[in-house]
Every structure is written in C-alpha cells, then in structure tokens.
Design a binder for this molecule. Structure first.
Ligand code: SF4
Length: 374
C-alpha cells in the first residue's frame, strides 16, 4: 500500500509529474541514510540505488536530513567564500557543449592571453579585502602539456597568492602527474576538475576527452596531496538518473572530494545548449542535499546559476547542506551575484565567512605573512 504521495516538478517545470513514494513519513531513505551517515561517518561503498533513493525522497525530508548531516559535520553558519578568476579566457580546443570558451562555438567571446602577474595579484588582493578566503584561477585549456612558460608563470601566481594568506585553487584542464606535484610544491590548496555529469551522459556533452581521463587527473591531484574539487552541472538535458550517477561516481572515489561544486547551467547563446530550460531551485536543493548526505565532510558549493536564485531560495540551499559559494563579479565568463547583495544575504541569514584552512605547519607562516602585510 502506498503510504505517502507527493508532487514535485521534474526537469520541465511546467509539467508536474506525480511521484509515488513507498516510504512512510518517518522512514524515508533520506532519514535512514542520514542516521547511518551520522553514526558511521563517511563511506565509499554507496550503491547507485541507495543514492537514488535519497535523491527521490520527499523534498522536505531531504532538506531536513541534509541539514541534520550538515550540522553534524560542519558549523552550519560558516560559508566559504571563493573568488574565481578567468586568467586565460576563450579559444579552448575542447567541445564542452555548455561552454562559451570553446573555440568551436560562436559566442562572441574573444580569446585572450594569460593575464600578467600584476593584474592577477591585484584581483586576488581585492578578493581578499572583500572577504574571500580562497582564490581560484581558471584557464581555458584542454591541458597544460606544451605550455611550460605559462605553467611556470601560474606556479608563481600560486606562490604569491598563497603568501597573501589565501587558499589557492586552479582549474587548468587535465594535469599530468609531474604538474600536480609542481603545483603542490608551489602551495596549491585545491585543484578543480569537474566530472560534469554521469559517465553515461558524458559523451553527449563532451567528445574531446574521456571520463576516464578526467578521473585520471583527479587521481594525480589526490596523489600529489592537493585537495580535490570536483562536481558537476545540472540542466544539460540529462535525466535525473544521470545526476544520481554523477554523485555516485564522486561518492565512491577512494577519498571523497574536499569540495563538490553543484552548478546550474547558465545557457549561453551560441553554445549547443543555448536553448536549455533554466534549472528549478528544487532541482538544485535535491542535488545539494543528496551530495551533503553521501559526502558529509565535503564543502558543497552552490556555484554557477546562483545569480538566478533569490535569497530565500539560496537560504534553502544553505539549509540543505551547501556551505560554499563563489563571490565576485563573474564566474569565469558568466555573471555572478553582486558583492553587496551577498554581504546583505550573509547578514540576513546569520552566516559567517569560513576562515581559510591550511595544513598545521603552514598556518603559522601564513599568519605571519598576513600580519606583516597588514
Ligand atoms: S569547459 Fe574548460 S575544457 Fe571545456 S571548452 Fe570550456 S574551457 Fe575548454
């Protein structure tokens, strides 16, 4: 007998699809798995069915139990502010169907050279003054092979920004083992390389590099001792099953990523996905809460697409388990939330910025640098 019935929009907001749940109100999969996560801690042996059952739980249960796991694993008031800067924009050889920086699509974006050190450091300083604790530099490249000069320049940027007392992250495409080691030596905190979607749907979005190549880069990053930042994008035309598949891949990595960005597609004119419908807030919440439950210690980042969500909508995302955002005028090339509006939101919701965290032996050096530069 069906004990509970609820209604929620599927991928197309105008079409309401009745979903029947066989859980009682007190024992949804979200409730059962949240208790297990709290009692047993993070685990890597999730089955796809388990994750799907969490994802399919009634939305209010997802929010409630996402919040419960979040409060168990984190200070729920702390939200990490990261600033993402495109240091080398456009002209990318890859064919990622969502990306305005691919040279294969006519999006009106002009390819630029690598930004010089002075300009990058100035942006990092500004971001720090605005409260950002992590500075992420993105370059529109397939990989860094054959880019020795540019790569060495970026190593310099990493060192300098790290010395400013900020966490530093890069997203430069695929890495080789040696490059990961060099970035670690320069002081890189984290490397971002998103899986984007499920293994099954991936070939519909990118054909110029494989899912396994992406996983290989994540492995090199992990082995070099750099934190892994990896998540995906929803709204690419994928099925809900693909969203579950993405989370399953991430949650069954030998070590969970330290950061999991959840992006909502920002459809850009000229890309193959220009006509995709905007993602609904409930879809974001479902992804965030599920990610929170299956990777309890990760920073779950409410990323691209946030600009479309109101403060109450973002509040639901924070309640469900998001604890990181991108701040700054732009997210690589697409618009982001206004800085003042974000400060107002923090005040309104009682959120506080998360302090940067460094390995213990580095913390004192960093403090000294920060003090002496002030
Ligand atoms: S997402 Fe990255 S790799 Fe793909 S086209 Fe854009 S810049 Fe290139």
């Amino acid at each position: 007998m069906l004990k509970l019935r609820f209604v929620r929009p599927r991928l197309t907001p105008s079409i309401l699809v009745l979903r029947y749940c066989s859980y009682s109100s007190s024992s949804s999969a979200a409730a059962v798995q949240a208790e297990r996560t709290i009692n047993e801690g993070p685990r890597n042996n999730w089955t796809r069915e388990e994750i799907k059952s969490i994802y399919d739980s009634p939305i209010l249960d997802l929010i409630f139990y996402g919040a419960k796991v979040h409060r168990h694993a984190h200070n729920f008031r702390e939200v990490q502010q990261c600033t993402l800067l495109s240091i080398k924009t456009g002209g990318c050889s890859e064919d990622c169907a969502y990306c305005p920086q691919s040279s294969r699509y006519d999006t009106g974006l002009k390819a630029q050279k690598l930004m010089n050190k002075e300009a990058v450091l100035q942006k990092a300083k500004k971001a720090k003054e605005a409260g950002s604790t992590r500075f992420c530099m993105g370059a529109a490249w397939r990989d860094t092979v054959g880019r020795k000069t540019n790569f060495n320049q970026i190593l310099e940027y990493v060192k300098e920004i790290r010395d400013m007392g900020m966490e530093v992250c890069c997203t430069l495409g695929m890495l080789e083992k040696q490059q990961a080691l060099e970035l670690k030596k320069a002081g890189l905190t984290a490397y971002n390389h998103n899986l984007d979607t499920s293994r099954e749907y991936y070939p519909s979005i990118i054909t110029t590099r494989s899912y396994d190549e992406r996983l290989q880069t994540l492995q090199f990053v992990r082995e070099a001792g750099i934190n892994v930042c990896s998540g995906g994008i929803i709204g690419l035309g994928e099925a809900e099953e693909d969203r579950v598949g993405l989370l399953h891949t991430l949650a069954t990595l030998p070590t969970h990523p330290e950061s999991v960005p959840i992006n909502a597609l920002v459809a850009v004119k000229g890309t193959p996905l220009e006509d995709q419908k905007p993602v609904e807030i409930w879809e974001m919440i479902r992804m965030i809460a599920t990610a929170r439950m299956v990777m309890p210690n990760a920073m779950v980042r409410l990323s691209a697409g946030r600009v479309r969500f109101s403060i109450p909508e973002q509040a639901l995302c924070f309640l469900a388990g998001a604890n990181s955002i991108f701040t700054g005028e732009k997210l690589l090339t697409t618009p982001n939330n206004n800085f003042d509006a974000d400060q107002l939101m923090f005040k309104m919701l009682g959120l506080i910025p998360k302090a940067p965290s460094f390995p213990h032996d580095e913390a004192d050096d960093c403090h000294e640098v920060a003090s002496s530069s002030g």
